[in-house]
Design a protein around this ligand. Structure first.
Ligand code: APR
Length: 216
């Protein structure tokens, strides 16, 4: 077991519904009713009917909290549904609520004996949270959790858009090095962690993680 929390954090670019991990996290709404963005993608890939039925039994979810369902047809075994804050002005409790999403999701994972978990960039789409601030909170909160507990072995932050992945890598490097202002004077990382698509000769494809140019 690696104790350094940063060695258990990976950044990747791609579609969270493709990941074969113990749990993927969904950026849901309080009614757990499904929606667009990553929520819609997860419901569709899991099988909309089964996922809707499972969510309907949970009685909703408060902002900052998390609930769990099976993954149904997803490669992931479970989906942890968390509800990020709608961004207003950054002074209405949004940072605390966003941090709570990451903590509560990890607590649920630990309570269910899950060791690999993938997060999307919660609240940074429809809910309007500024990407840079949200990513810094996500990274700091998860690193603090992993420092205090070795139960979760790997956390993947997965970014749908290339530009977000690049920005997140810069923030990750800065936060890890202990800088306060992540994007100020921070060079782009020379060795981002990426998922590469490899096609095989039967028309299939496989996703490959890389870390510093070496297979992880
Ligand atoms: N895999 C990974 N990330 C994704 C995917 C995907 N398949 N699809 C979208 N994303 C990314 C977006 O690029 C964005 O950075 O997820 C991030 C979060 O965006 P949203 O899905 O809009 O989530 P959020 O801002 O938390 O808003 C939640 O949107 O869909 C509704 O029901 C949901 O009401 C809730 C609200």
């Amino acid at each position: 077991m690696v104790v350094d929390p940063w060695n258990r954090i990976l950044l990747a670019q791609g579609d969270i519904t493709h990941l074969k991990v113990d749990a993927i996290v969904n950026a849901a709404n309080e009614r757990l009713a499904g929606g667009g963005g990553v929520d819609g993608a997860i419901h569709r890939a899991a099988g909309a009917e089964a996922m809707h039925a499972a969510c309907a039994k949970l009685g909703g979810c408060r902002t900052g909290d998390a609930k769990i369902t099976p993954g149904f047809e997803l490669p992931a075994k479970f989906v942890i549904h968390t509800v990020g804050p709608v961004y207003a002005d950054g002074r209405s409790g949004e940072p605390e609520l966003l941090a709570s999403c990451y903590r509560r999701s990890l607590e649920l994972a630990v309570n269910h004996g899950l060791t690999t978990i993938a997060f999307p960039a919660i609240s940074t789409g429809v809910y309007g949270y500024p990407f840079e601030a949200a990513t810094e909170i996500a990274l700091r909160t998860v690193a603090a959790f992993l420092s205090a507990s070795t139960a979760v072995e790997q956390v993947i932050f997965i970014f749908f858009r290339n530009a977000d992945f690049d920005r997140a890598n810069a923030i990750h490097n800065a936060v890890r090095m202990g800088h306060d202002s992540p994007l100020k004077n921070v060079p782009q990382p020379p060795s981002a962690v990426v998922i590469r698509e490899e096609s095989d000769d039967r028309g299939g494809s496989e996703r490959v993680f890389q870390r510093n140019g070496k297979p992880a």
